[in-house]
Design a protein around this ligand. Structure first.
Ligand code: FES
Length: 245
């Protein structure tokens, strides 16, 4: 059964006694990305530790620069990109969902504030990385069809997103930024946690569009909420074929 997230309205505490999001984030570690601001659009899910395929906690300082890393959060079938952009990203970005709702993203985490995460479900027509093929990935370099470097590029219809600017759409037909995955960095252990989302989620549309495919692949587990840990893999190890354009 789908575990419904807690929708947070900044300025009003949740009615279950849970601390409001900024306080909840500050209670763990000293750095946190994409802290929700007064513009809302953030949702808290389980606080999940990011780990390597062998189960060892992922260390922020070990994240390779400009590599596509993938994990699933907040549901077992919803993929996300974890990126070390290798440079401090913008400290804040004001963005809008397709429904014209404002929100504010607050940059990267980690020692250099260069680590960001986004839903890997394209905000246009929901292309996403599967085990067989991925049309969407981060590209540090330009190419014949990729005039912009350092973007997340979806080759389906060439939507491009800037991961250093909150996932803002910089080209193509996508109607809104990629949803950001809220991260925490615990400096004591140099560990990373996913704690929620910010921006326009596409999960309901994703589950509806791929209902049959997900059921065939994962049975009823596709909508299982991720708890405890999430395994981070290199995209080339997760996916047989990456479409480059
Ligand atoms: S699905 Fe990504 S650009 Fe259309």
């Amino acid at each position: 059964m789908l575990a419904l997230p807690q929708r947070l309205v900044i300025g009003q505490p949740p009615n279950d006694g849970t601390p409001r999001f900024p306080q909840a984030l500050r209670s763990h570690g000293d750095t946190c990305a994409a802290r929700p601001h007064a513009y809302g659009e953030s949702r808290r899910y389980a606080r999940v530790k990011l780990v390597e395929p062998g189960g060892r906690p992922l260390r922020a300082e070990e994240l390779p620069k400009d590599r596509n890393l993938i994990f699933h959060y907040p549901y077992a079938s919803t993929p996300c990109f974890l990126l070390n952009l290798g440079r401090p990203v913008k400290p804040a970005a004001r963005l809008k969902t397709a429904e014209n709702r404002d929100y504010e993203w607050h940059g990267g985490v980690g020692p250099n504030r260069s680590i960001v995460a986004y839903s890997a479900i394209c905000a246009h027509q929901l292309a996403y990385p599967t085990r067989d093929i991925s049309f969407i990935s981060y590209r540090a370099e330009t190419s014949a069809r990729n005039k912009l470097a350092h973007v997340i590029h979806c080759c389906a219809e060439h939507s491009q997103y800037d991961p250093a600017d909150g996932g803002r759409v910089v080209a193509g037909p996508a109607p809104q930024p990629l949803a950001a995955i809220l991260l925490e960095h615990d400096p004591a252990g140099d560990e990373l946690y996913a704690v929620g989302t910010l921006g326009g989620e596409m999960f309901n549309q994703f589950f509806a569009k791929y209902q049959f495919k997900l059921a065939m692949e994962q049975g009823g587990g596709a909508r299982q909420a991720v708890n405890g840990t999430a395994t981070v893999s290199q995209l080339e190890n997760y996916c047989k074929q990456q479409v480059k354009c």
